[in-house]
Design a protein around this ligand. Structure first.
Ligand code: NAD
Length: 609
């Protein structure tokens, strides 16, 4: 019934136009603000949020509403997808729920919203306020219920044209498989934005200011009882400063007050439910046995008897490989490292397959740059904590097993919720691309004129290597870079399609991975240097997150690619003569630097006085 109603409403809602939809969504923001205290109370009651976290929850929801409304009103001319399913987690039951819904709605889609089982009340209140602002009932329908039942039925339904999912990597992989099977059966690509978990690290070298490190580690690991996808899970300490920092960390932890979340004195509330508590306690008990050291706050029995509280815990372990999955709670793992092993340490973080948040505490610019360049992580924070991304300031989202992109609260998000969205408009000319030029010359000489046209377009519009300065508070530098993703799988049934695929891959600074080299014969040497042919999808070692396919190769690949439990791979349908959206071929990397980091300037320490 909900899908019937949604379909019947789809054209009406799209017909309202981007400016009108944006006006309504911006009005929701005003209503959230005027109902702030009720929404906060629901966040505290239903999700166990502390009062400061509840304020932040409402503020982030309002930010999403205004940000996407503004963006749609400014450049929202593309067509909608149709019914979009929004599936959200309990840990940001208002902010993430609202962000998904607001984006899908302003982009012109009708929405079926499935909140987490644990937090339907705040979602219900939010939807009432969307209605009050003027969103028609059939354009936004709330469908609370169990994920395996309601979520699975919705994602499997052929009327659904797009899915926004935030939650665990495992469920994202499941949904990806459902959508891949549907794409084969229905012959169309179904948009998926998945934002999932992380194995987030903070790397601290011996030049860092310990007082600041301790403060930022505590807030990153234990605020919200560690139940943020961005939360710090592994603190890497250079061995020379490890003992001192751990001692300070334990001391500072004593100041944290764990308690009932509706008290102002409380820093850390409960975890979401008994199942989460039991899993966390089991992890702590198991890891304690082999940990090099262990420390946990004592919680009074009066507290633990009446709620699902987990004591903030520090476990010193030997290596990152010991952590098999995300530990979603107030548990901080500490690992010591030697300065000489820094490259291997960053490689190990990359090898975990996750790439959500990463922190660096150092006063040496070369170290900061080295880590930021080498890490395949969506959000990097320098000399500050690693949580609390602000909409439009630190666009948020990860790579690999942490998500598909585009980043929430960033310039590309709405594009994914529309069909044929235009390329991002970037100021200034794009740098010359010799490999694209060589390919265009070859295409021209061999009678592929459509490819030559497309290559010209790619050269002029590629976002590769562009860096946007984002607005933010004084004392912080925020940038969003469009980096190459690395390898992109190209599967074409003809040379005409392959030329288009290779040009898009090269124009975004990527390299191409092919399963069959037969079509490559005669291509210029400079192009071949950026191509690798692999024998088998199952045994190759190059990670990739995007596959370019055509009508001849899509069916074969989509289920095979979705079957694995690694990174979520997005398929893009390509032809010989339509432009491939280049913004989907780049990785968005957000960097936030605290430019006021205390403790002085490292260059002064090295002055030979
Ligand atoms: P979860 O994956 O258990 O549930 C998320 C949502 O998916 C819920 O609404 C659930 O009902 C639904 N769901 C469950 N099974 C489903 C199925 N088979 N089909 C369709 N939907 C289904 O996650 P959670 O425990 O609610 O949230 C915590 C997780 O979310 C953590 O892993 C955290 O890292 C992640 N998270 C990520 C981000 C991000 O932006 N990257 C933000 C917040 C949370």
């Amino acid at each position: 019934a909900a899908l019937l109603a949604a379909n019947a409403q789809a054209l009406h809602w799209q017909g309202r136009g981007a400016v009108e939809r944006a006006r309504i969504v911006a009005k929701v923001a005003d209503l959230f603000e005027s109902n702030c205290q009720e929404l906060m109370a629901l966040a505290v009651r239903e999700a166990g949020k502390s009062l400061p976290n509840a304020i932040a929850e409402v503020r982030e929801a309002v930010d999403f509403l205004r940000y996407y409304a503004h963006q749609a009103a400014t450049d929202g001319t593309a067509a909608a997808l149709g019914p979009v399913v929004c599936i959200s987690p309990w840990n940001f039951p208002l902010a993430i729920f609202t962000g998904q819904v607001a984006a899908a709605l302003v982009a012109g889609n009708v929405v079926l919203a499935k909140p987490a089982e644990q937090t339907p009340l705040i979602a219900h209140r939010a939807v009432q306020l969307f209605y009050e602002a003027g969103v028609p009932a059939a354009a936004l329908q709330l469908l609370p219920g169990r994920g395996e039942v309601v979520g699975a039925a919705l994602t499997g339904d052929p009327r659904v044209r797009g899915v926004i999912f935030t939650g665990s990597t495992e469920v994202a992989q499941l949904i990806n498989r459902t959508l891949a099977a549907r794409a084969v059966k229905e012959g169309v690509e179904i948009a998926l934005i998945a934002e999932t978990g992380g194995q987030n690290a903070l790397i601290v070298d011996s030049s860092a200011l310990p007082e600041q490190v301790v403060q930022d580690a505590l807030s990153s690991a234990f605020d919200s009882a560690g139940q943020r996808c961005s939360a710090l899970r592994v603190l890497f300490l250079q061995e020379e400063i490890a003992d001192k920092t751990i001692k300070m960390l334990k001391g500072a932890m004593q100041e944290l007050k764990v308690g009932v979340p509706d008290r102002l004195a409380t820093d850390i509330g409960p975890v979401i439910d008994a199942e989460a508590r039991d899993n966390l306690v089991a992890h702590i008990e198991k890891t304690k046995k082999t940990a090099k050291s262990f420390f946990a706050l004592e919680l009074p029995a009066s507290l633990t008897a009446n709620g699902t509280f987990v004591a903030p815990t520090v476990l010193e372990i030997g290596s990152l490989a010991e952590l098999k999955k995300e530990v979603f709670g107030p548990v901080l793992h500490v690992i010591r490292y030697r300065r000489a092993d820094l490259p291997q340490l960053v490689d190990a973080i990359n090898a975990s397959g996750f790439g959500l948040t990463l922190g660096v505490h150092s006063r040496i610019d070369e170290t900061i740059d080295f880590i930021a360049q080498r890490a395949h992580v969506g959000n990097i924070y320098v000399n500050r904590n690693i949580v609390g991304a602000v909409v439009g300031v630190q666009p948020f989202g990860g790579e690999g097993k942490s998500g598909t992109g585009p980043k929430a609260g960033g310039p590309l998000y709405l594009k994914r919720l529309q069909s044929k969205a235009p390329e991002l408009q970037l100021a200034g000319a794009r740098p010359a691309m010799p490999v694209v030029k060589a390919l265009a010359d070859w295409a021209g000489a061999n009678g592929h004129s459509a490819a030559v046209e497309l290559m010209r377009h790619y050269q002029d519009t590629s976002p590769a290597h562009a860096i946007l300065d984002l607005p933010g508070p004084t004392g912080e530098r925020n940038t969003l870079a469009f980096a190459e993703r690395g390898f992109i799988l190209c599967a074409a049934s003809s040379i005409a399609v392959l030329l288009n695929q290779l040009a898009a891959v090269f124009a975004t600074g990527n390299r191409a991975l092919l399963l069959d080299g037969a079509l490559l014969a005669g291509l210029p040497a400079i192009a071949m240097q950026n191509v690798e042919v692999i024998k088998d999808l199952a045994t190759h070692t190059h990670a990739f997150q995007v596959a370019l396919v055509d009508t001849g190769t899509a069916a074969l690949l989509s289920s095979r690619l979705a079957a694995g439990d690694g990174a979520l791979v997005s398929l893009i349908d390509t032809t010989a003569d339509t432009a491939i959206p280049l913004w989907r071929l780049v990785a968005e990397r957000a960097l936030c630097v605290n430019t006021t980091a205390a403790g002085g300037n490292a260059s002064l320490m090295t002055l030979g006085l």
